[in-house]
Write a protein that binds this ligand. Structure first.
Ligand code: FES
Ligand SMILES: [Fe+2]
Length: 444
């Protein structure tokens, strides 16, 4: 990534400037949630959908945050626009859900609007009297696309999205070609009994692998000193090496066995294994013994196999480093977008406050993305499942899903005034320092 210089090692972080004590009322207080609503959600760029949900002119969907409702629509010029979902006559909500239309006609008294929001016609103008149509178009809100995501900002005076994201984020994510990725296998949105920030916290640290994902210990090394961090404006990225645990102590055959086991926990590694086996085979002598040249490790062969496999599929990986072939980068785009990404795939987790405004609830949306050749995208596309009953996530995600309401139950106890963060959880501290800046307060 361009920002390699702005990435820091754990030992270079300044913990004195980070809030390591976090007040608990921010997860339970209606008053604080109300402040978040005004000072964060009504002012900040937020992901409201994917551009490929609205492929054609006239495709539209509703986006809600708290009790506010917006309409996203692709215009005849190909541009996605956002409007307040309220008729300019007497305020009726124009639509809900998603659909396709040539114009929006309000069902109440039949005023109609173009895809660009202009008021086209009113029913029975003789009953309406004189009206300046140019002053009664739908109210527009800023909408921009980045990396295939549609961002919306409820604040009509918002600065451009690029200013909010900043160059480090934009250039750091560009080589992955996220805008060409498709939801595959997992695309679920459902209510959760925890505050929206509990979700953000849960995916910002690896410390809890010890407690609730013991199966991951075989492949994920929890060692802060091996991780690098980038704090870019309101956003952050943490990079942890992805390799077979205790790799230093293993001989090459053991390392290779470890890689073969990866698909059990990381299914997408399976597509890379045939090429990996071929590369390993090339290093075997006539008697079958493995002779890896100095500095060639199983990790390096995995990176090479990933690059070869993805290139053969048609993905241009020329902008990605070897580390990006194997290592997950964990991005947090403030306020509510978490993504773990490596070459060819990403998983995105977003949480929003629940529309019922109870701070003890939220809605999370988890989606796995994969880069597929264009002709396969429609076939493998995972359509959104909303509020499923008894849905089972893949093992690690299911463990998180069950954990988060348990934390919320503990946080609700009034006698517990603050949480005490471990240093490994530095990204949580950083996230809350941004929350505090928006709210104009202090962490604890
Ligand atoms: S409220 Fe929409 S036409 Fe009357
Ligand atoms: Fe987890």
């Amino acid at each position: 990534m361009k920002s390699a210089n702005s990435m820091k090692w754990f030992s270079e972080l300044d913990f004195e400037r980070l809030p390591m004590r976090i007040s608990t009322d921010r997860y339970t207080s209606r008053e604080i949630q109300e402040r978040e609503r005004e000072l964060i959600w009504m002012r900040v760029w937020q992901v409201a959908g994917r551009a490929d949900e609205l492929p054609n002119a006239g495709d539209w969907k509703e986006y809600r945050i708290f009790d506010q409702s917006y309409l996203l629509v692709r215009g005849s010029d190909g541009k996605v626009r956002g409007f307040v979902n309220a008729c300019r006559h007497r305020g009726n909500a124009l639509c809900q859900g998603k659909g396709h239309t040539a114009r929006f006609t309000c069902p109440y008294h039949l005023w109609s609007y173009g895809l660009d929001g202009r008021l086209l016609a009113v029913a029975r103008p003789d009953l309406v009297g004189p009206i300046d149509k140019s002053q009664h178009g739908l109210l527009q809100v800023p909408v921009e696309c980045f990396a295939g995501f549609i961002f919306l900002n409820p604040d009509p005076k918002a600065a451009p999205l690029a200013d909010f994201l900043g160059n480090d984020v934009i250039e750091g994510l560009a080589p992955y070609r996220l805008e060409e990725m498709t939801p595959v296998g997992l695309n679920v949105r459902q209510s959760l009994d925890c505050n929206w920030k509990v979700v953000m916290d849960a995916f910002s640290e690896g410390y809890h692998i010890l407690g609730i994902h013991p199966q991951l210990l075989r492949v994920i090394v929890i060692d802060s000193n091996k991780n690098r961090f980038g704090f870019f404006g309101d956003h952050s990225v943490a990079v942890a090496p992805f390799e077979v645990a205790n790799v230093e102590g293993f001989g090459p055959e053991k390392q290779i066995e470890g890689i073969r086991d990866l698909p059990e926990t990381f299914p997408t590694v399976a597509e890379v294994l045939p090429r990996f086996e071929a590369l390993v085979q090339a290093h075997r002598g006539a008697d079958g013994t493995l002779q890896l040249p100095e500095r060639v490790t199983a990790r390096i062969l995995l990176q090479q196999a990933t690059r070869d496999t993805l290139s053969r599929k048609g993905l241009d990986v020329s902008g990605l480093t070897d580390d990006q072939m194997s290592d997950n980068q964990g991005w947090v785009l403030f306020p509510n977008f978490f993504m773990t990404i490596r070459a060819g795939e990403a998983t995105v987790i977003m949480s929003v406050p629940h529309p019922d405004a109870d701070p003890n609830r939220c809605i999370w949306h988890v989606t796995s993305y994969m880069w597929l050749p264009p002709d396969l995208r429609a076939q493998y596309r995972a359509e959104l499942i909303e509020e499923p009953k008894d849905y089972k996530y893949f093992l690690a995600l299911q463990q998180d899903y069950e954990q988060m309401p348990r934390q919320q139950r503990g946080l609700r106890n009034r006698a517990l005034e603050h949480m005490s963060l471990a240093r490994e959880e530095v990204c949580i501290a950083r996230f809350h320092s941004v929350v505090d800046r928006y709210l104009g307060g202090k962490a604890a």
